[in-house]
Design a protein around this ligand. Structure first.
Ligand SMILES: Cc1ncc(COP(=O)(O)O)c(C=O)c1O
Length: 408
């Protein structure tokens, strides 16, 4: 290791200093939600006041979230998958329709299309951003195309101007899978205020966490009304209105809906996470900046893009390995990090590599070469507000040691 440039504390990369810190004694998890006493008190208050399911806290969370992302309407649900399902229901997706979706994503982005017996049309992604590549989009559009799904991978907004202009030219709604992208901006506009419908996730590892949860935002009153009704069995009145002082026992089922409503226990968590979201983002930004500052100086690594017209939510820090300069594979690199007590993950296994999609749509790995290439070299590093500066330096030092051992 001697003589190698290694990161030192204090924001610079030393030229002669060797970081001799030992591997961590304790395991650094890949993701940990940021829960404070305020969330705990709010949940306890919810338990004590007796209103556990959808009620006043959920309504307040919807209003405050809508205000934050600058969307006229927000419907709270129990997952982003539910929000995506309701979005496709709102646009009236039919069996046999086609929906364009990037192949580099989690299965939820595409499985919701299949709920309708419609067909996902996979599109390869941009090699730098890992997001839907507008240059590939237009050639996927056919007379059967009914919608375009955009995924903001890692919390980095996709190129919305080009995507929206192609969509408008073909009169197609854009549904944003913003499971990673709260809070994020594209050219000053909040994600959640741009596409026709946007789905957010509040899963345990996400930037705003309610354990399980999601939100659908839109500027279209009809979509919002339909999604709200469908989120609770397609009935005309919310349960919380039915059982409240001003409610009545009477309700009507207008459609066969779903059971996707958010509970007030989840909303209790969400309200406080939302109130702290700018601080939470700042902390993730600081970690990302430190990682990039060091990793961008090591030719064995590639760092995630952070272009000036975008405010990245930094849900994930997706490091790329320059495998040509290393003697180990990505999987072995992950094992080395695990041996150094650093938790990591991989986002994503492109959908066309999974048995279900591969067999159902007769896909082979080479069909989406960019997605395949990114997948083989990517590692998601821990990036969450509860990490200490020492934790961040431990990750950097562990990566430095692995590179030193396995560089060509
Ligand atoms: C890109 C993407 N979309 C959708 C989802 C689904 O989110 P949820 O678990 O809230 O349904 C995830 C979950 O990780 C995701 O990564």
């Amino acid at each position: 290791m001697e003589g190698k440039s290694f990161p030192t504390r204090g924001g610079s990369v030393g030229t002669s200093t060797i970081d001799v810190r030992k591997p961590r004694a304790t395991y650094l998890p890949f993701a940990v939600p940021h829960i404070t006493q305020a969330e705990i008190d709010e949940v306890v208050d919810t338990l004590r006041n007796g209103w556990l399911t959808t009620g006043p806290k959920t309504k307040r969370f919807e209003c405050e979230f809508a205000r934050k992302v600058n969307a006229p309407y927000a419907v709270a649900v129990n997952s982003a998958t539910a929000a995506m399902h309701l979005a496709l229901d709102a646009i009236g997706l039919q069996p046999g329709d086609e929906v364009i979706v990037p192949v580099y994503t989690f299965t939820a982005s595409a499985e919701v299309i299949i709920y309708f017996r419609a067909r996902p049309i996979f599109v390869d992604v941009d090699p730098v951003t890992c997001n839907l590549n507008p240059a590939q989009l237009e050639k996927c559009i056919t007379p059967r195309t009914r919608a375009i799904i955009v995924v903001h991978i890692a919390g980095l907004p996709a190129e919305m101007d080009s995507i929206l202009s192609i969509a408008r030219a073909h009169n197609l709604p854009v549904i944003e899978d913003a499971a990673h992208a709260f809070p994020a901006r594209y050219r000053g506009r909040m994600i959640g205020s741009m596409g026709d419908l946007t789905a957010f996730s509040f899963y345990a590892t996400k930037t705003l966490s309610t354990g399980e949860g999601g939100m659908l935002t839109t500027a279209n009153a009809e979509y919002a009304e339909r999604a709200s009704m469908q989120s609770l069995h397609g009935i005309s009145r919310d349960a919380w209105k039915r059982y409240g002082a001003e409610g009545s026992w009477y309700y009507e089922v207008i459609q066969a809906g779903y059971k996707y409503n958010m509970t007030d226990i989840a909303a209790a968590l969400g309200l406080h996470q939302l109130a702290r979201c700018d601080w939470l983002l700042e902390r993730r930004q600081t970690i990302a900046k430190r990682y990039t500052e060091v990793f961008s100086q090591w030719p064995e690594l590639g760092t995630p893009p952070d272009p000036p017209h975008i405010e990245h939510a930094w849900h994930l820090y997706m490091l790329r390995l320059q495998l040509e300069r290393l003697t180990i594979t990505r999987d072995a690199f992950i094992q080395e990090l695990a041996r150094a007590n650093i938790g990591t993950s991989v986002h994503f296994i492109p959908l066309h590599l999974h048995p279900f999609y591969r067999e159902t749509y007769q896909l082979v790995p080479g069909d989406f070469p960019v997605a395949l290439d990114i997948y083989q070299r990517v590692i998601s590093l821990p990036i969450y507000p509860g990490m200490s500066d020492d934790d961040v330096e431990d990750v950097i030092a562990a990566i430095g040691r692995i590179i030193e051992t396995f560089k060509k």
